[in-house]
Design a protein around this ligand. Sequence first.
Ligand SMILES: Cc1cc2nc3c(=O)[nH]c(=O)nc-3n(C[C@H](O)[C@H](O)[C@H](O)COP(=O)(O)O)c2cc1C
Length: 187
Amino acid sequence: MNTLVLTAHPDLSTSTANRKWFEALSDIEGIVTRNLTSVAGAEMHFTPSVEQALLEQADRIVMQFPFYWYSSPPVLKAWIDQVLLFGFAYGQGGDKLQGKELILAITTGGPAESFQAGSFNRFSMNEFLTPFEQTASMVGMNYLPPFVLHSAMSRDKTKLEASIAELISHVTKPRIEFHNKELIKAF
Ligand SMILES: Cc1cc2nc3c(=O)[nH]c(=O)nc-3n(C[C@H](O)[C@H](O)[C@H](O)COP(=O)(O)O)c2cc1C
């Protein structure tokens, strides 16, 4: 299985969790990591044909990012807008992503228990992530359970290290081993 990891952090040099994840995933055979901020620069400009060629070679795409204002940092939205084009991802002839898999790998500042009705974040992660789930559906991708590390800023080193092994296991797991009931991997 060829896996493409799209890492969308505005500055990995200031990151703790996403930098660790990016470095660990970069060492795994069969995984190609792509730091979208380095690729696109401050203008967030992508070359669609380059990104699309990488997508065509992948069976599974992982979007890895810190949760920013209930969504991804803007570089991932720029990538989606510039790459998932008519005739490639949807519309006539737009079947190039059909059957591929999508996994989201996310770190949040908020604790797990805040992502529910009655707490300050009010909604579940799955509810916040529905635009990604629907984007996958629109382009014919199979949306697999997201992997979420909560309280990412307050994690001690040991817990962050432990999340790396769990993340690798999650993103390398064959699709057949994901069960319907398994909604989200929260720490
Ligand atoms: C602009 C901005 C917006 C953020 N919005 C949220 C948010 O909506 N929910 C949340 O739980 N954490 C939020 N955070 C906290 C980040 O998710 C947290 O800093 C990040 O996951 C830590 O990962 P890193 O060490 O790789 O930077 C936000 C942080 C920033 C800088």
